[in-house]
Design a protein around this ligand. Structure first.
Ligand code: UDP
Length: 478
């Protein structure tokens, strides 16, 4: 590798997310923040996702404004026609994705010019640490999931050793996750942690990758001290150098504004085409009258459950904006998917609006939106917090179960509907957030939003942590 570059040249950072929407979202935004600081960025995407982004977005035009911002692709090892739904990444990681990608990454790094000064690898790709060590390149891990999720994953052996698994009573408190003793129940354990022993392949993988993240040069977390201070203190006992520099989307909007760029001119890095028509529909609704309903990019649902959600919404006192992704309905139930959706749409024209994919940040910031029925994915949670929108949480998997507990019990900015889904419960929850306790939730969500937005402004904790990251990477270059 060419090591004779002038020390005046900007640092070159390779950013490598796992090929899932939520991970790409925050890692591409971090890349843009580093590009704003003048860094050269190589963003490494799976070829499958890269093709979709090129087709659906204005990616090339948007990033052309940053000299030295380049996209490179790498295979995820699966055939092009693999459906890539549900838990496909975890299920294929050990056998296919890791071995294939590790070798390819090594080759990319050996041939890239100018050489890479630092890798920011997805915290779930522990093998990046091996490759970096081998080639003498520092690696910073970015865990895109929530600190609550990360800390529970890290505590899995202790939970198992204490005999708190297998779960006997869903409402019993877990005592072996430091910092969460007063509110973490068995039912709040991330879905990946529910196996009775360490031999379960998913538990093994999640724990291994979490432990490995703490061995990186440093750890980036998409949160703020104000939101997750107590959990960050716990994580620091395992990994001293943590950059809590989120919410990254808010940080990016703030820095774009400071550079006099319109933050609305942001790159929308979504893997489905955003249907802007829902914004025109929202424009016709009164303030805080609409509940936005979306379950993210991975969650799937049976037709029966979707119908329960739909009845709950229709029977509630709110209007709704519902996202039904093209690959959202599962199994045999998915036959005739279009008919079901069309029928729902037809019946609910006066009460709601349905799209296949929404411009979520814009939706959450629209004055007509007063609540978010969410699967509690970490990006969605942060986007809702920043927009000051109270949540109803219906978690599906991974860290979502513990995120929903934090929303309802720690931050008190919403309700937790986990494990139950029938039309009566949906109706009741929607009415609580949108009508009965509307002012109470609106107030707590607005206060939280204010606090979190301050942290990305000049002098705020996240803003300082991002500046520290930028300086530390510059020093790696010298
Ligand atoms: N999203 C979107 N439009 C939609 C639904 C989701 O743009 O209709 C975006 C959302 O803004 C978020 C991401 O997709 O940034 C989903 O990430 P999250 O971590 O919430 O959930 P995941 O998809 O990883 O389960």
């Amino acid at each position: 590798m060419d090591k004779d570059r002038s020390s005046q040249a900007p640092p070159h950072v390779l950013v490598f997310p796992i090929p899932l929407q939520g991970h790409i979202n925050s890692m591409i935004k971090l890349s843009e923040l580093l590009a704003l600081a003048g860094f050269r960025i190589t963003f490494l995407n799976s070829d499958h996702n890269h093709e979709r982004l090129v087709k659906l977005t204005d990616m090339a035009t948007h990033f052309a404004r940053y000299p030295g911002f380049e996209f490179k692709t790498i295979t995820d090892g699966l055939p092009p026609d693999h459906p890539r739904t549900g838990n496909w990444f975890m299920e294929n990681y050990v056998e296919v994705i890791e071995p294939k990608t590790k070798q390819n990454l090594r080759e990319i790094l050996l041939n890239i010019s100018p050489p890479v000064d630092c890798i920011i690898g997805d915290g779930f790709l522990g093998f990046v640490l091996d490759v970096g060590k081998d080639l003498g390149i520092p690696v910073i891990c970015f865990r895109t999931s929530s600190p609550h999720g990360f800390w529970v994953y890290h505590s899995i052996p202790d939970i198992i050793q204490a005999g708190e698994l297998p779960i006997k009573d869903m409402d019993r408190l877990i005592t072996t996750v430091p910092g969460m003793e007063t509110y973490l129940r068995c039912r709040d354990l991330p879905s990946f942690c529910r196996a009775p022993d360490m031999e379960d392949p998913i538990v093994k993988l999640v724990f291994k990758e979490t432990r490995r993240s703490t061995q990186a040069n440093a750890l980036i977390l998409n949160t703020t001290e104000e939101l997750d201070g107590p959990i960050l203190s716990q994580i620091r006992t395992k990994c001293r150098n943590i950059y809590a520099l989120g919410p990254i989307h808010a940080q990016l909007n703030t820095r774009l504004k400071a550079k006099h760029r319109d933050p609305h001119d942001h790159f929308s890095n979504t893997l489905w085409k955003e249907d802007e028509s829902c914004i025109s529909w929202l424009d016709q609704q009164s303030n805080r009258s609409v509940i936005y309903v979306s379950f993210g990019s991975i969650t799937t649902m049976s037709r029966d459950k979707l119908v329960e959600v739909w009845y709950g919404l229709v029977n509630s006192k709110a209007k709704f904006l519902l996202v039904v992704r093209p690959n959202f309905m599962t199994g045999e139930d998915s036959e005739g998917e279009d008919d079901v959706v069309r029928e729902l749409l037809e019946k609910t024209k006066d009460r709601g609006y349905t799209v296949q994919w929404a411009p979520q940040e814009a939706v959450l910031n629209h004055p007509a939106v007063g609540g978010f029925l969410t699967h509690s994915g970490w990006n969605s949670t942060l986007e809702s917090i920043v927009a000051g929108v109270p949540m109803i949480c219906w978690p599906y998997f991974a860290d979502q179960q513990v995120n929903s507990r934090a929303v309802s019990e720690v931050w008190k900015i919403g309700l937790d509907m986990k494990d139950v889904c029938d039309r009566k419960v949906v109706e009741k929850m929607v009415n609580k957030v949108m009508v009965d306790r509307k002012e109470e939730f609106a107030k707590s969500a607005a206060e939280m939003a204010k606090l979190i937005n301050q942290s990305v402004n000049e002098g705020g904790s996240s803003c300082s942590n991002l500046d520290r990251l930028i300086e530390d990477i510059r020093e790696m270059r010298l």
